[in-house]
Design a protein around this ligand. Structure first.
Ligand SMILES: [Ca+2]
Length: 457
């Protein structure tokens, strides 16, 4: 077992260790009539940070449509994804297993198609589980969990797929970074009747899908936007792919404009859902934190691809009128809780070996007692207000990213006590931005968090 495998192998075990004893209330039983079950609209944004939504940051530009769902549903203030980048995070969302089990611990690049481990073939996805349970399932938008034919979305539980396999395509030309046209309808090329901005095109498809549903069977629609992932392009602008370089100027402003575009498109969806007035659960999350938007360079580099809060603590909310009251939770929840949540709501039969089946996001229970992460050898633990990050002593890009552009010191004097890792420690109650490393002052607390990690073996 390689060192990386060794550490990612602990992730699942630790989630087991920290699992809270939540008692579900009023769960639907599998015997319910099919048409009584809600349809599920699962929307995933790409690289969307919390700070650009007014619902999380009063100083942000207004995002009225997303804020409506957040403020009229269950808003999570500490919802964590399992990874600070796209593919591993999405693999966990769909399977309920961390990367040690789902096999995806790195970004799946189209340039390495067929050469990297893809989504584990032995695991059901939420789509296949709900499909077996009688749901009509669809993925509209980004996949990013494999390029092999056996890992095509239609082979992993989705009745319908209209979208793209890569991490991102040009919003205007719909060509990926390799110069290949990216849009697919099932296994075929998807040539839209009208060339639109990708965000608008995906919304159009989602609306068509929802309007064509006849309610004889509920649906599970994963609407997987690329927005606001780079390249930052707005409707009416010229394409970048193929052949051109991304614009360097005004990246933060352009990112914010992409968020505004996403919010407008959410507004279109909301109008359709409201008009149909059906029993529909909406779940909205981001796959990881922001890549660029931050007022300072240091904060910017504490986002995507790092285990700082900016990389893994994401916007997340459930909206289910008449079922879930407007509440806000600061307990710890995880993207691993999505699979059991959707399965419970659908009354679907989960795999008998699935370990999180008594824990769902709609229950009025406390969250996880603690959470851990492992990403490219960097490890993190959160318990209560404390968060520790253990950074290996190597020169990898990910490792260095945790020190580059930040003011943190490598605690050489502590490394011997922490298996050679450089520790950082933050008290998030007093320091939510993780600016004040107190590893040297709080060695006992640091050791406690280290033991949570180690005891998970
Ligand atoms: Ca992402």
């Amino acid at each position: 077992m390689t060192k990386n495998n060794y550490f990612t192998g602990m992730v699942l075990i630790v989630f087991l260790y920290v699992l809270s004893a939540c008692q579900p209330e009023n769960r639907p039983s599998p015997e319910r009539a099919k048409d009584a079950r809600p349809s599920i609209l699962f929307i995933v944004a790409d690289d969307l940070g919390k700070d650009v939504l007014r619902a999380y940051n009063p100083a942000a530009a207004a995002t009225p449509h997303l804020d409506f769902w957040a403020n009229h549903g269950r808003k999570f203030n500490n919802f964590y994804v399992t990874s600070p980048v796209c593919s591993p995070s999405r693999a966990s969302m769909l399977t309920g297993y961390a990367s040690d089990m789902n096999d995806v611990d790195k970004i799946l690049k189209p340039s390495l198609a067929g050469q990297q481990p893809e989504l584990a073939s032995n695991l059901p996805t939420i789509a296949s589980t709900l499909k077996t349970s009688g749901y009509v399932t669809a993925l509209i938008g980004k996949w990013h969990l494999g390029y092999r034919p056996e890992n095509h979305p239609r082979q992993r539980g989705f009745d319908l797929f209209k979208g793209f396999l890569a991490g991102h395509i040009d919003y205007i030309s719909h060509v990926d970074s390799q110069g290949e046209f990216g849009l697919m309808d099932g296994e075929e090329a998807w040539i839209p009747e009208e060339r639109k901005h990708l965000t608008q095109l995906l919304t159009d498809e989602a609306i068509t899908f929802i309007q064509q549903s006849d309610r004889a069977e509920p649906y599970f629609l994963m609407l997987s936007y690329a927005t606001p992932h780079r390249p930052y392009l707005l409707p009416g602008e010229e394409a970048i792919f193929p052949g051109k370089s991304e614009r360097d100027k005004d990246q933060a402003e352009r990112y914010t404009a992409m968020v505004q575009l996403l919010d407008e498109e959410i507004g279109r969806l909301q109008a359709v859902l409201e008009a149909r007035n059906e029993n529909t659960l909406v779940v909205f999350i981001s796959d990881n934190g922001a890549a660029i938007n931050a007022p300072t360079k240091e904060e910017r580099f504490k986002g995507k691809s790092t285990l700082f809060e900016g990389g893994i603590n994401v916007p997340a909310f459930l909206y289910w009128p008449g079922k879930i009251a407007a509440t806000s939770s600061s307990e710890f929840f995880s993207a691993l809780d999505l699979y059991p949540t959707f399965s419970e709501i659908a009354g679907a039969q989960m795999d008998s070996s699935f370990v999180y089946k008594n824990f769902t996001l709609t229950d009025s229970c406390s969250g996880h007692e603690a959470l851990i992460w492992s990403f490219h050898g960097v490890q993190a633990v959160r318990k209560g207000s404390w968060k520790a990050i253990f950074i290996p002593n190597n020169d990898s890009k990910i490792t260095q990213r945790h020190f580059n552009f930040t003011s943190f010191s490598k605690h050489e004097e502590l490394a011997a006590s922490f298996d050679g890792y450089y520790p950082l420690l933050f008290n998030l109650a007093a320091d939510p931005g993780e600016s004040n490393d107190v590893a040297l002052e709080e060695k006992t607390k640091l050791q406690e968090l280290r033991e949570i990690y180690q005891n998970s073996k």
